[in-house]
Design a protein around this ligand. Structure first.
Ligand SMILES: CCCCCC/C=C/CC(=O)SCCNC(=O)CCNC(=O)[C@H](O)C(C)(C)COP(=O)(O)OP(=O)(O)OC[C@H]1O[C@@H](n2cnc3c(N)ncnc32)[C@H](O)[C@@H]1OP(=O)(O)O
Length: 719
């Protein structure tokens, strides 16, 4: 709703009230319509100020309303009524003015912002465009290039940038509402015609066609199949080339297509999923709201390889003191140089001083004696990690949290090597750790809720999408990746090429297909794991039996490439060839294609034609199927956890919502039917055997994704 008061005798003050972000729900819109009408019809009121309660102007339209029948006054006429008012209306912007919130402010005649406020039109990240006149008013106010940048990226700008761009008229460090009231009094009675943005022509721009073509090309490339950024460019083009009324009509048409699209649903699901994962819960019943995190002021990182360096940077950037430990002097010096460089570059980008003094380097593990939390990031070897954990247990003060950055080892086994297993959790970062958004916080059966709460809170402070998951081989992300990669290998055996598989996945929206990704991360990584699992067999055995290992289908293709020294980009050869070791442009490699031909001949395999649909179904449904196993096992608390992990850490296209959301969109019955189909064709591939949870969900009528939690609980109680 909106509250009305008269202040300073002749200013009508309208306060939006809808915690937590004063979203423009039907009640708020009705409140604005009523209070604006009241202010305009009161002869004692000379001007009007609109503000939001609790230090936030407005977080935009109420996204929760989008999936219901929208009632209440529509935004566009409401904003027009404000713009065409005959008394000055001033927006007092504190906190955020986003989406419909900024569009409301653009309908006002003046905008005053607090210096800490953030403004933006982030609709594109929800699969929409600013369709309450924002796509038409902003280019008229700040010009086409700047408006294109803001609207197609959805980025939030600071008050200082907003002032520089001309979005706001004044920035204050003091009480924004008081400043706006004072300002409103000072402009009472002035002509408002020049202040009505919709009546402005769009500022002239030389070579408009070339500009739009260039931006459209850039947007298409980075959008990877997302439709909203393209519609945003089209809407701004309408602002630049059409009169306002026609531009608004174009805005409406474009929005109508986006509003009901699957992509908008997926992106809005991601918005809420990212917030839902913060409300973690463990199978023991421990939860986010009943578990108090410990304060962490000082942390340590053990092992300064690639991961340890990134983790040190991420911790130091949050303002923590960090002890960075590496036992070898030469490696320590190299790490110090690399970390300082990363801190300096990061600080430059954010316009702040680098936290160089926040990191103390040491060769001695004793240096971590008084830290609150340690993250071990030594080589992925259980014996080495065990030794480090034993040393840490002896050195650290009582109560220090011991975290491991393992990507697949057993967190519980490590915990059992310490006298206080309740203080041990996994903090699985993704490379580069100071850049990648994802953090899996892995709890074992003995991890205390307080340890999980502390790691989750630290992840949030570092700006990570932190997801609490149970302890199992590969946790959530890597466990689901295994069948995905294996299916890709099988497809090569059956006749596909790396180019075909990658193209299908990249058209789906992944930034890189599985083979380009594998070349980037190094083929030797998986080889080492498979060797550890006893799967790699030297020799040239041929036929079907050579491709069955440990009772299931196995493709030795990756091992054979490694035996040739083809480790991917770092050696200049992998599934593709590169100009030189370390270069990034993947090129078709004739050697690889003859190798595949010879391999098929040796094993009596006849290449068949494989299309994109089969690639997607086999790779993605195998991955999704593992996701259902993970839900059934209670390793992830809900589908949102899996989806956030895949969108933030594994390149799953955000506009497809994550693997479990995608399964829900495709239809669970269809996913089940295709898995059954492929399982019949490939009975020796266990990961194509549909999970029993998937079967049970289909049998119970395929509930929508937001009801899976309930359904899973019910199904488990029936077991
Ligand atoms: C066919 C014609 C239809 C016309 C439709 C008109 C369309 C208008 C376009 C829009 O305005 S779309 C919305 C644009 N706004 C945004 O994208 C902003 C989204 N919010 C944020 O970015 C952040 O929440 C924030 C405002 C910067 C605050 O961040 P903070 O970290 O402080 O809090 P959060 O944890 O993110 O949020 C707290 C709480 O509030 C919920 N929430 C936030 N914004 C909205 C919203 N716009 N609508 C509904 N709910 C919102 C959020 O979900 C959190 O609640 P939860 O219970 O934890 O999920």
């Amino acid at each position: 709703m909106a509250e009305y008061n008269r202040v300073s005798e002749c200013v009508g003050l309208i306060t939006l009230r809808n915690p937590p972000v004063n979203a423009l729900s039907a009640a708020v819109r009705q409140g604005i319509v009523d209070t604006v009408q009241r202010a305009l019809s009161d002869p004692n009121v000379k001007s009007v100020v609109i503000c939001g309660q609790n230090g936030i102007f407005c977080g935009g339209a109420d996204i929760k309303e989008f999936r219901s029948n929208m009632t209440g006054p529509p935004l566009i006429p409401m904003i027009h009524a404000i713009e065409s008012a005959n008394k000055p209306v001033v927006a007092a912007i504190e906190g955020s003015a986003l989406g419909g919130g900024l569009e409301l402010a653009l309908g006002c005649h003046y905008r005053i912002a607090h210096s800490k406020a953030r403004l933006g039109l982030p609709e594109v990240s929800l699969g929409l465009l600013p369709a309450a006149g924002g796509s038409q008013r902003l280019p008229r106010l700040i010009g086409v290039p700047a408006a294109l940048n803001l609207i197609t990226t959805g980025r939030h700008v600071t008050a200082a940038e907003a002032l520089q761009l001309g979005i706001v008229d004044q920035v204050t460090d003091h009480n924004t509402v008081a400043a706006a009231v004072k300002f409103a009094l000072s402009v009472a009675g002035r002509s408002l015609d020049p202040r009505r943005i919709s009546t402005h022509p769009c500022p002239q721009q030389p070579d408009l066609d070339a500009l739009f073509e260039e931006v459209m090309q850039k947007v298409r490339q980075s959008a990877r199949g997302a439709i909203a950024p393209i519609a945003c460019v089209q809407a701004v083009r309408a602002a630049a080339t059409l009169p306002y009324a026609q531009g608004m009509e174009r805005e409406r048409e474009l929005m109508a297509t986006l509003f009901t699209s699957g992509q908008a649903r997926a992106l809005q699901y991601c918005f809420f999923a990212e917030r839902a994962v913060g409300r973690w819960r463990m199978p023991s019943g421990a939860r986010w709201d009943t578990s108090k995190p410990r304060p962490v002021h000082k942390a340590a990182v053990i092992g300064l390889g690639t991961m340890g360096r990134g983790i040190t940077v991420a911790l130091a950037q949050t303002g923590l003191s960090v002890i960075a430990v590496e036992t070898q002097e030469k490696q320590l010096m190299e790490a110090k140089q690399a970390i300082s460089g990363m801190l300096e570059r990061g600080a430059k980008g954010r316009g702040v001083a680098p936290a160089l003094d926040g990191v103390i380097y040491s060769q001695n593990i004793q240096a971590v004696a008084d830290v609150d939390l340690v993250i071990e990031a030594v080589f992925e070897d259980i014996a080495l990690k065990t030794k480090v954990f034993q040393q840490l247990s002896a050195v650290c003060k009582p109560g220090t949290l011991l975290c491991t950055n393992t990507s697949a080892l057993d967190v519980d086994q490590l915990a059992s090597e310490t006298p206080n297993p309740e203080l041990v959790v996994g903090m699985h970062f993704f490379a580069p750790a100071h850049v990648m958004k994802l953090l899996e916080v892995v709890y074992g059966p003995r991890s205390s809720p307080q340890a999980v709460a502390t790691a989750m809170q630290l992840g949030k402070k570092m700006g990570k999408a932190s997801v609490a998951v149970g302890n199992c081989r590969g946790f959530v992300g890597n466990r689901m990746l295994k069948p995905y990669i294996e299916e890709a290998f099988f497809l090569l055996e059956e006749g596909a090429t790396p180019e075909l598989v990658d193209q299908a996945l990249e058209e789906f929206g992944f930034p890189m297909g599985v083979f380009r990704m594998s070349d980037l991360s190094g083929l030797d990584v998986g080889w080492r794991v498979r060797k550890g699992d006893g799967l790699v067999e030297p020799g040239t055995a041929s036929g079907r039996s050579a491709r069955i290992r440990q009772g299931r289908r196995y493709s030795p293709l990756g091992d054979l490439l490694c035996e040739e020294g083809r480790f991917g980009q770092k050696t200049g050869r992998g599934w593709y060839q590169y100009d030189k070791p370390g270069s990034r442009v993947a090129r078709f490699d004739p050697w690889l294609h003859s190798f595949l031909g010879a391999y098929r001949a040796q094993h009596g395999l006849v290449a068949r034609r494989i299309d994109h649909q089969e690639v997607l179904e086999r790779c993605l449904y195998a991955l999704i199927n593992e996701g259902f196993h993970i839900l059934d096992d209670g390793i992830a608390a809900g589908p949102e956890d899996i989806d956030v992990i895949y969108v933030s850490g594994y390149g799953w296209p955000r506009h497809r919502g994550g693997p479990m959301f995608y399964a829900n969109m495709v239809g669970l019955a269809k996913v089940l039917e295709r898995l059954e189909h492929y399982q019949q064709l490939h009975p020796e591939v266990p990961h194509l055997q549909p999970s029993s949870l998937l079967r049970r969900l289909v049998a119970s009528g395929s509930p929508p994704i937001h009801k899976w939690g309930e359904a899973i609980k019910k199904l488990h109680s029936q077991l």
